[in-house]
Design a protein around this ligand. Structure first.
Ligand SMILES: [Zn+2]
Length: 250
């Protein structure tokens, strides 16, 4: 099984003391590609540094809605042309925690959607309880290459995302007992989904509550396989192909 981890914060301080050992475990678990995600300037720079160090790591740069107050367009323009940067993200809107004013979140998100178009980079979207505003901003800029990271909507919303030609990415949340995403996993076409852990957060069952690692992606893949009645190897390979085409081909 070869696995493409499409969303992890490898740059997180949570891995400060044992990052190399953790990455070694990922390799042993079949994780052959990892997209390391930035959420502000320091983490975006750290993601690039890790991508330069490890041949199987790629970087995404951007300002998360929680970090909208530190937004600096010049930083994105500087980092996005780096050869290891394959996407702009994670960016979006978060009305669940609303750590920054809504209007600021919207302005910072719209500005980054514009930059993604200008530099022809895929967008990694963080949307928490902001479905309509998120879609309105993406539509206003006619965004084409889009993935909804850690998808948390219902089937109707998934249909809207898929109709636009966009992608949906699943985390360990689908393994939780109270998950409402089973129907979304069932309906998503096999050529339109990715897998991710969002490490160090959201550990899948049976690691729930502990620090997450891309090495645990197998549990997410097995859950999708169970819901879709397909072999885990086939699910891993589909997710690999989908993500490779999306992120690594222009
Ligand atoms: Zn994330």
């Amino acid at each position: 099984m070869r696995i493409f981890e499409t969303h992890a914060h490898i740059n997180s301080d949570d891995y400060k003391t044992d990052r190399a050992a953790m990455l070694q475990q990922c390799t042993q678990a079949g994780v052959e590609r990892i997209l390391d995600i930035g959420t502000d300037e320091p983490t975006s720079r750290a993601a690039i540094a890790l991508a330069e160090k490890y041949p199987f790591i790629y970087a995404a740069v951007g300002y998360h809605p929680h970090d909208a107050e530190t937004y600096n367009e010049a930083v994105i323009r500087e980092l996005i042309t780096h050869p290891e940067v394959i996407a702009l993200g994670e960016v979006g809107l978060d009305y669940y925690r609303s750590l920054t004013p809504k209007k600021l979140q919207q302005d910072v998100f719209a500005a980054q959607v514009n930059l993604a178009a200008e530099y022809r980079k895929p967008l990694i979207i963080h949307d928490r309880e902001a479905h309509q505003d998120c879609m309105d901003i993406l539509d206003a800029q006619n965004a084409k290459k889009v993935v909804y990271h850690c998808f948390s909507g219902d089937v109707a919303y998934a249909q809207d995302v898929l109709e636009k030609g966009w992608f949906i990415s699943f985390t360990g949340i689908i393994t939780y007992k109270n998950s409402t995403l089973t129907d979304v996993v069932r309906m998503v076409p096999t050529d339109r989904f990715f897998v991710e852990t969002d490490s160090p957060y959201l550990s899948p069952v049976p690691h729930r509550g502990k620090r997450n690692s891309p090495a645990y992606l197998r549990h997410i893949i097995e859950k999708i396989a169970e819901i879709k009645h397909l072999p885990p190897n086939a699910i891993a390979e589909m997710a690999w192909e989908n993500a490779s085409n999306f992120f690594l081909k222009s």
